[in-house]
Design a protein around this ligand. Structure first.
Ligand SMILES: [Mg+2]
Length: 426
């Protein structure tokens, strides 16, 4: 049996379809040994758009785009399937989306509503699932290992979870099931929208074999191009490439990619409250800027926001990544890893500033800047152990700053740097 053949069988896209052959799947589920991990990746379908449709049912079945309006600067945050056939996708400039799909209904969206719906979905999951991890506002990993005795086969559970989410929130979602987060995620992407797809234990390699290399999380554009140059198009071929060749071309990533292409995934489902992988903020200018002082003042504000969130979550970051996008949409990212992790605005900013000064060619107009903090770890009071007096002073300064901002809002304190440039840019 080819993997394509297998895939067409296990892709149980519409719920109603798999209801009919649920019995056949039951046998498979029963035979699953307890030791095999069963991870669900649950992703809400077109989340922002779906929430807007719950709040305003008139939008159902219509082309809807949440994000900036076409005559504004900014991007598409989410778009309905009705707009996707015209080539619209999230992250695209709204002006472009407006040209591709001029009849679309553009909505600004409301973050508060989305957060409420996300919390509701999570609360529902927590009543049923032993271990829930919110990977983002609309994506959850559920560790369902060992639940078969209680709940029956995995597909039955997935079906029930979908029904519970729909009853509680009126939102559609898709569930991918696999022996690792990676397999579950890929399965979920393939089953969208409103589907369920289970990759049975032991079928991982065959499931991946015919998939295009781009389906694998972590294989970005650059890697894809290189693989295509070699004539490698699908993951089965990646799994066959001799390790030394992959290693010399992609280093450590090459090794990881090969292991993953063989269906071996890692990554535990972190229970609720598990630390995030990264914290970032970005900002699109109202007018493209070629004024470095103005750009750096925005970077400072972003560094303040990143620092504040790190401190709020009691985390410190070792790697700071700067991103900026030019008016021609060329995007530049640069990262720097610190010797000591930090949650200080000043440190985050100074890294971002140094990276920006190195990478920014004069006369280029900048459209967007962003800062992301990664390699996060829990800030477990290193300060009292290793902290110098200067660090302690900074710590007190930031705690005070956070207290005031928590009480009166982020805008309650404007740093001198921002104030000055806010005036210049006004
Ligand atoms: Mg989603």
């Amino acid at each position: 049996m080819t993997s394509k053949h297998l895939f067409s069988i296990i892709k149980a896209v519409p719920l109603s379809l798999f209801q009919n052959n649920a019995k056949g799947k039951k046998e498979k589920g029963k035979g699953t040994p307890m030791a095999v991990r069963r991870i669900f990746c649950l992703d809400m379908d077109c989340f922002f758009v779906s929430v807007e449709r719950v709040l305003n049912p008139v939008l159902k079945g219509k082309p809807v785009i949440v994000g900036a309006k076409p005559d504004e600067r900014g991007v598409v945050s989410a778009c309905s399937y009705e707009t996707r056939k015209f080539g619209v996708h999230s992250g695209m400039a709204s002006s472009c989306a407006g040209r591709l799909c001029p009849h679309a209904i553009f909505l600004h969206g409301n973050g508060k509503h989305y957060t409420l719906f996300s919390r509701e979905a999570r609360a529902i999951l927590e009543t049923y699932v032993p271990v829930v991890q919110a990977a983002s506002i609309d994506e959850f990993y559920l560790d369902m290992t060992g639940t078969e005795r209680l709940y029956g086969p995995m597909l039955k559970s997935a079906k029930r979870i979908k029904r519970m989410i729909y009853r509680g929130t009126k939102l559609p979602c898709t569930i991918g099931i696999g022996s690792s987060k990676m397999i579950a995620k890929i399965a979920c992407n393939l089953a969208k929208p409103d589907g369920i797809l289970e990759v049975a234990p032991g079928d991982e390699e065959i499931f991946l074999r015919d998939l295009p290399v781009g389906e694998m999380p972590g294989i970005g554009k650059v890697m894809q191009e290189k693989l295509h140059e070699w004539g490698i198009c699908n993951l089965g071929e990646v799994a066959e490439i001799p390790l030394p060749i992959l290693k010399s071309a992609f280093g450590k990533h090459g090794e990881i990619m090969r292991v993953r292409a063989r269906g071996i995934g890692s990554g535990n489902v972190n229970p609720i409250g598990g630390p995030p992988k990264s914290i970032g903020h970005e900002s699109t200018f109202s007018v493209d800027s070629e004024n470095p002082a103005m750009i750096e003042s925005v970077l400072f504000r972003l560094a303040e926001k990143v620092g504040r969130r790190l401190r709020k979550k009691k985390l410190v970051a070792r790697t700071i990544t700067l991103k900026f996008r030019l008016s021609n949409f060329k995007t530049i990212t640069r990262a720097h890893t610190l010797d000591q992790p930090t949650d200080h605005d000043e440190t985050i900013f100074s890294v971002a500033q140094t990276l920006f000064r190195k990478a920014y060619g004069s006369r280029s107009r900048v459209r967007l800047v962003g800062i992301r903090a990664t390699k996060l770890s829990i800030n477990a009071g290193q300060l009292s152990l290793f902290g110098t007096e200067d660090e302690l002073r900074k710590h007190n300064f930031y705690s005070g700053l956070d207290r005031i901002r928590n009480r009166y809002g982020f805008g309650a304190i404007v740093s001198g740097r921002n104030f000055k440039n806010a005036k210049t840019s006004a």
